[in-house]
Design a protein around this ligand. Structure first.
Ligand SMILES: CC(C)(COP(=O)(O)OP(=O)(O)OC[C@H]1O[C@@H](n2cnc3c(N)ncnc32)[C@H](O)[C@@H]1OP(=O)(O)O)[C@@H](O)C(=O)NCCC(=O)NCCS
Length: 121
């Protein structure tokens, strides 16, 4: 299930975000997680199965254009290719509902487009 990120899961969230190509440097990663903690428009969610956190998806809300822009998406390597990435995208669209259209940025576009191709299970 998709749950909103809380500071107590900071380390696990940083571990997941570090799989993003642009988040390899510790300083950049710390700045990113800080932004998710303080900026209301930056919203990070974790994918939890039982006690395990297996994925992370983060958006920036663009209030003017009513868009939730996916900036980060990552699944722990041992659980990739089992549909978690797509499930996070689908659940997040449901979470935001109609006020916000879920879109991608240049970094996340390829996977986002891939999700739209695949029929829902
Ligand atoms: C991208 C990522 C989140 C996908 O998570 P996942 O749970 O494995 O995704 P799903 O199981 O829902 O979907 C798997 C499908 O997406 C494809 N896929 C994986 N990464 C992709 C990418 N960057 N662009 C396009 N398609 C991609 C897989 O090849 C697979 O395709 P198939 O079903 O035709 O075999 C995961 O690979 C990851 O954490 N990557 C490292 C972080 C990253 O680079 N994020 C940005 C990606 S744009």
């Amino acid at each position: 299930m998709l749950i909103r990120f809380k500071k107590r899961s900071e380390k696990i969230a940083m571990g997941l975000l570090s799989f993003m190509p642009a988040e390899k440097e510790v300083k950049k990663l710390q700045d990113t997680i800080q932004e998710y903690e303080v900026n209301e428009d930056w919203q990070l969610f974790l994918w939890k199965e039982g006690d395990d956190v297996l994925g992370a998806i983060g958006v920036r809300l663009d209030q003017d254009n009513h868009q939730a822009i996916i900036q980060h998406i990552s699944v722990t390597p041992s659980h990739r290719n089992s549909g978690i990435g797509k499930k996070m995208v689908d659940e997040l669209q449901k979470h935001y509902g109609s006020p916000y259209k879920l879109v991608a940025n240049d970094v996340t576009r390829k996977f986002f487009e891939k999700c739209k191709e695949t029929p829902k299970e």
